[in-house]
Ligand binder design. Structure first.
Ligand code: IFM
Length: 461
């Protein structure tokens, strides 16, 4: 590890992130409707350990304790998601007052403690009732998302510090609709692409709805993974470009006004939706509504090469990367990938690139409590320090990065992995719900105390 002091610019924001379905539990309480993750997790064979988010971290009941943990860390901002089925149980129609009241109170509790609420509107928990009407395949879901953004902003918009419309739409597209390993469990490969367009359209419509209700800055959060070519042939390079277009450009280029990337394996503008084009006149302009901040999630680079089989269903093969330490998720630890993607975004988008917030960065390790009841996670400290140094290097190279949110505050319910992957700064015993701050929590707290953390999310007025 670099022995020089880690220093981020004055005014840099330190935060932590969570998402509703991964921590809240209370899925049947106070009028919450069903989400696609309730359905998916209860389907035998879908979740590695057979668990669900029914209880998760029981945050719905223990949010005061969890806010205490945030206060103890000294973070300037907390990124959480609103569960759409909690505030609008059927995804359209009546609002659930108890659901909105929960988030209203959470926002006030955060502000009372000097912590800025950063709110993600969609972190994959679509109301099941909307899925029953086609989910994101249906163009109407984009309009329903804007309506939900409007009603949420009408209640919280005077106090939220930063809005994030969608979290990692590429993961929701690929894992949920192309490969079928996340909810709603569809394996349509490239026939899933309408889901991409309708998520983007929902984003654009939601930007307009949020602007009408709130003066807070607006962002979208994407998950980026730089390509590491595992071969040097022309087909390998073509495979790398195809993967890069899907993973890194599909949800960024149109938002930043460049339309759909030409390197996509399928031309979305040539697709039909019923008797109309999938991409209608005006859609790309709606999607390109100016945003104030680009949310960047980064975990690892991806090894890519040409498909081994001539009739392979995808135009790229993904291969393990050699030569890196690996997390408990078997993901390579490569902080240089974060520097590469940040400088790459700057090169590609130039003056069109808004200020960046790293809205997720973190790692899973097999963290256990020792005989004294403590949890030591030196690997996580190394990981976070390395990635913060990569952010600092990108800032020095001219990229406007304003903040860094650790994924995650708590060990939580990690989607198809169930409780098997621990990402938290705080260990959670899922039998007792006892929270134990890990050594990385103390490290992050001390870093924030040394550096200070600004509260105001987004670009200065
Ligand atoms: O837990 C997830 C989160 O919901 C989205 N980004 C990646 C994290 C780790 O897999």
């Amino acid at each position: 590890m670099d022995p020089s002091p880690l220093d981020l610019p004055a005014g840099f924001r330190f935060g932590v992130s969570t998402s509703a379905y991964q921590i809240e539990g209370a899925v049947g309480e106070d009028g919450r409707g069903a989400s696609i993750w309730d359905t998916f997790s209860r389907t035998p064979g879908r979740i590695a350990d057979g668990s669900s988010g029914d209880v998760a971290c029981d945050h719905y009941h223990r949010h005061l304790d969890d806010i205490g943990l945030l206060s103890g860390l000294g973070v300037g901002a907390y990124r959480f998601s609103v569960a759409w089925p909690r505030v609008q149980p059927a995804g359209s129609g009546p609002v659930n007052p108890a659901g909105l009241a929960f988030y209203d109170r959470l926002v006030d509790l955060l502000l009372d403690r000097g912590i800025d609420p950063v709110v993600t509107l969609f972190h994959w928990d679509l109301p099941q009732a909307l899925q029953d009407r086609g989910g994101w395949h249906a163009r109407d879901t984009a309009a329903r998302f804007a309506e939900y953004a409007d009603l949420t902003a009408a209640r919280l918009g005077d106090r939220v510090a930063l809005w994030i419309t969608l979290n990692e739409p590429v993961v929701h597209l690929t894992y949920g609709h192309a490969l079928g390993v996340h909810a709603p469990g569809e394996a349509r490969l490239f026939d899933a692409l309408p889901v991409a367009h309708h998520q983007l359209l929902g984003h654009g419509l939601a930007v307009a709805a949020l602007r009408a209700r709130s003066s807070a800055p607006v962002a979208i959060t994407n998950n980026y993974s730089p390509v590491r070519l595992a071969g040097a042939t022309d087909p390998d390079r073509a495979a790398g470009q195809a993967f890069d277009a899907v993973q890194n450009r599909l949800f960024t280029d149109p938002v930043l006004g460049r339309g759909y990337p030409a390197a996509l394996p399928v031309d979305l503008t040539a697709l039909r939706y019923g008797d109309q084009p999938l991409v209608r006149d005006g859609d790309l302009a709606t999607i390109a509504a100016p945003i104030d901040v680009l949310g960047v999630n980064y975990y690892n680079p991806t090894g890519v090469r040409a498909p081994a089989e001539a009739d392979a269903p995808l135009p790229f093969d993904l291969v393990p990367l050699d030569g890196y330490p690996r997390t408990a998720f078997d993901w390579p630890v490569a902080p240089d990938g974060l520097h590469e993607l940040l400088t790459g975004l700057r090169e590609r988008h130039g003056a069109d690139l808004p200020p960046i917030e790293i809205t997720e960065s973190g790692c899973a390790w097999d963290d256990v409590l020792d005989a004294d009841g403590r949890c030591h996670d030196p690997e996580r400290i190394d990981y976070l320090e390395g990635h913060l140094r990569a952010v600092r290097a990108a800032i020095d190279d001219g990229v406007d990065v304003r903040g860094y949110f650790v994924w995650s505050l708590l060990d939580n319910w990690e989607w198809a992995e169930g409780f098997g992957k621990r990402f938290g700064l705080v260990h959670v015993d899922f039998d007792t719900q006892v929270r134990t701050p890990k050594s990385s929590y103390a490290w992050y707290r001390d870093l924030i105390a040394r550096q200070g953390s600004t509260r105001s999310a987004g670009p200065p007025a």
